[in-house]
Design a protein around this ligand. Structure first.
Ligand code: 3H9
Length: 696
């Protein structure tokens, strides 16, 4: 049990070193070990102080998240923290790496805290759908005041040591080995006769306007409960004695532990890490990845080039003419200027990236040395094939040849080269230097180390890379087409686009589908509808009113008018009344008597369409696992993180409920609402999507 904690005596100081790799999470064994070691230190008459320190790369990253959802075992973390704080010995914590959640709560229970300059502290529990549950909401405000504590807890951000010292969270910042500086600090405190200094005995912080703060935090969280609850917990620190405040915090923590939001957020936490962990890539090394090439300097190509530069890669961008090349350089310079303005890079780095790491050329020859080339040219099969033919001619053997197409058949693109094993899809989302999602689209003949290189590129660029098979739209856009279609059907039947957008922002989406269309440009979906028209099944219902908007030159935000009006109000909060006229005309044309939809019905239909298509995609093997779909929607489509992703949401609803919805909707339109075979199978077997996420 105590091998999780190394106990050593250094003179009159007992060192308790946590060693639970990789991040010293406070598992049951660690908590028990700490309790036992505190007893041991206190029973040694020579010991006057305890030093808490972490082995490895962090002090403590928090409670062990893997234990959540299981019956909690004693000793509980709050009891451990209280026990540490109540020790008659002087307790010092020496922090390095991260001290997060329960890790910071343990440190706050010590009487003094010293940290390395590079250390970071924080209470990120809200990102797991929780609040700090071991005294963090009661102790932190006693050190920092209520306002700073609320900012820290509701954002969950990692606070650098220097700032933490300025806020009063840390007493001293000192460079060196954490144990060595900790021992010296504890020794000096003993020599100077420093007293124990329990935070719980410090005065309560001053009150603030709690209701206003609560309302503001709730609004900002778009329906996420935990940050708003954290405000109430901090409020308790000002209104209740410490012990009572702890009870209040504990109850809120327990209540949140029971919520779907907590399950959704923890699913997101683990899926984000599991998504690049594919069995097929075990033991496969990626190819070299230092110099990348980008073909095409439009918005997408310039964004990809910017992403590469910001991650320290050398980038060669190819355009067709000198004018186009100059324009591309201008776009990249604009992106980098934005990064400079947001403090992501220094002025020196900005100049350096633009002048020394970027080459914009008009001949493919410049790509001879590239390790990987991504084409981002016009979405046309003939154009893409011609580009790949030229790449095949100039690129060195082993170079990865990637396409950023969003729907074309990459198997066919690969046939235009003599090396289909080197061809892959790398589908970025615009703006490519900002959006986190990267779909790694794998055609039939792609070599395993090329797939590994796609994932390695994602990691270098700081993106969430998700494997997708080849199909029209891949994972994300194919699912989007289905839920967008469900929204359009609701409009034809009686809902307004504005009711739908509101219902979905209430569900937690950053934007509703019609506001998203305006942002993307209505001409994009228009072109897609025209492209698919020739092969469309006659039973498919497609609204014609959006075509009418486009025919009148209204393409959304960029033209000043779409579903919403942007001319006077850039936020687009004013619905365009012409849209309602166009819809009314189409309903009349189709002999539809409009009916009303509740927000709940809108949400259920939209989600059912999303889940059904996602289930098809998993069933067909386009996505390897349900969690892959969840991550695509979370990182590329603004899906609310606290629902975990569409398939986690479906699990939490109960798959039988979702299937029953689909079967019910099918009574009106049995072409669109065909239940996915995988969904039917899981319901019949009493299983859920998460069962398919488990390895093996
Ligand atoms: C809490 O403390 C509640 C209390 O207030 C009250 C309780 C009563 N537990 O991210 P990485 C694993 S809530 C278990 O890839 P990085 C992680 O899964 C907790 N495992 O590395 C991964 O495993 P694998 C509040 C954890 O360097 C491995 O460690 N704390 C935990 O990019 C490496 O992680 C948090 O929310 C954990 N707590 O980032 C902190 N943490 O190798 C959550 C990590 O098998 N953690 N693992 O895939 C993080 O933010 C990042 O993991 C961290 C390291 C910054 C620590």
């Amino acid at each position: 049990m105590t091998d999780m904690i190394a106990y050593e005596r250094h003179g009159n100081i007992a060192v308790l070193r946590l060693q639970n790799p990789p991040v010293n999470a406070l598992s049951h064994a660690v908590r028990s070990g700490l309790m036992a070691c505190m007893d041991k230190a206190e029973s040694d008459p020579e010991v006057r102080a305890v030093l808490l320190v972490g082995a490895g790369r962090a002090f403590i990253a928090g409670a062990d998240i893997k234990e959540f959802g299981k019956p909690p075992l004693e000793p509980h973390l709050p009891d451990l923290c209280n026990r540490i704080e109540a020790s008659p010995l002087l307790v010092v914590a020496s922090l390095h790496g991260v001290s997060l959640g329960g890790g910071l709560e343990v440190a706050l229970s010590a009487h003094y805290r010293i940290a390395q300059p590079g250390a970071r502290v924080g209470l990120p529990e809200v990102h797991l759908g929780l609040i700090p549950g071991a005294g963090g909401t009661q102790r932190l405000p006693r050190l920092t005041g209520a306002e700073a504590a609320i900012e820290a807890i509701t954002t969950g951000r990692h606070i650098p040591a220097k700032e933490a010292a300025a806020l009063g969270i840390i007493d001293r910042v000192e460079e060196g080995d954490p144990q060595t500086v900790g021992l010296a600090y504890a020794g000096s405190l003993l020599v100077s006769g420093a007293e124990r200094r329990p935070v719980s005995e410090m005065p309560a912080p001053d009150a603030i306007d709690w209701d206003a703060t609560y309302t503001a935090v709730l609004k900002k969280g778009r329906g996420q409960l935990s940050p708003a609850q954290a405000v109430r917990a901090v409020q308790a620190s000002t209104e209740q004695p410490f012990a009572e405040g702890l009870q209040t915090e504990r109850q809120m923590f327990r209540d949140l532990m029971e919520t779907d939001q907590r399950q959704g957020m923890i699913h997101a936490f683990f899926s984000e890490r599991a998504v690049s962990n594919l069995p097929e890539l075990k033991g496969i090394d990626p190819r070299r990845l230092e110099k990348i090439g980008v073909i095409g300097g439009g918005t997408m190509g310039a964004g990809i080039a910017t992403a590469g530069l910001l991650s320290g890669m050398s980038v060669t961008l190819i355009e067709m003419t000198q004018d186009a090349a100059d324009a591309a350089r201008g776009r990249i310079a604009g992106n980098l200027a934005g990064a400079l303005k947001r403090g992501k890079i220094t002025a020196e780095a900005h100049d350096n990236l633009l002048n020394d790491h970027l080459d914009v050329a008009i001949h493919y020859d410049a790509l001879r040395d590239a390790d990987l080339v991504i084409e981002a040219v016009f979405e046309d099969m003939a154009v893409k094939k011609s580009v790949f033919g030229q790449l095949d001619a100039v690129c060195k053997p082993g170079a990865v040849l990637a396409t950023n197409t969003s729907y074309l058949d990459i198997n066919e693109i690969a046939t235009s080269t003599s090396r289909p094993g080197d061809v892959i899809g790398l589908h970025f989302f615009s703006p490519a230097h900002v959006m986190k999602l990267l779909e790694v689209v794998v055609p039939e003949q792609t070599a395993a180390d090329v797939v590994a290189t796609g994932f390695a590129l994602g990691k270098t660029l700081g993106k969430i890379a998700v494997r997708s098979g080849v199909c029209d739209g891949f994972i994300g856009n194919r699912i989007m087409r289905a839920y967008r279609m469900a929204a359009d059907h609701m409009v034809l039947e009686g809902a307004t686009p504005f009711e739908i957008d509101t219902a979905l922002t209430d569900f937690g989406f950053a934007m509703g589908p019609f506001a998203v269309s305006d942002l993307a440009g209505l001409d994009i979906a228009w072109a897609m509808r025209k492209r698919l028209a020739a092969t469309r099944d006659p039973r498919e219902r497609v609204g014609r009113y959006p075509d009418k908007l486009c025919e009148a030159g209204h393409f959304g935000r960029k033209s000043g008018k779409g579903f919403y009006l942007y001319e006077a109000d850039q936020r687009g909060s004013t619905p365009n009344p012409e849209v309602l006229d166009l819809i009314a005309a189409e309903r009349a044309d189709r002999d539809i008597t409009p009916r009303s939809f509740t927000a709940e019905e809108i949400q259920r239909r939209y989600m059912a369409a999303m889940v059904n298509e996602a289930a098809r995609i998993v069933g067909e093997g386009i996505a390897r696992r349900p969690l892959d779909v969840d991550m695509v929607l979370l990182f590329g489509y603004g899906f609310p993180r606290y629902h975990g992703g569409p398939l986690k949401w479906a699990d939490l609803q109960g798959l039988d409920t979702v299937l029953a919805d689909i079967e019910g909707f099918a009574k009106e339109d049995d072409f669109f609402w065909q239940p996915a075979p995988l969904l039917q199978k899981l319901v019949a077997e009493g299983r859920n999507f998460d069962d398919l996420n488990k390895p093996g």
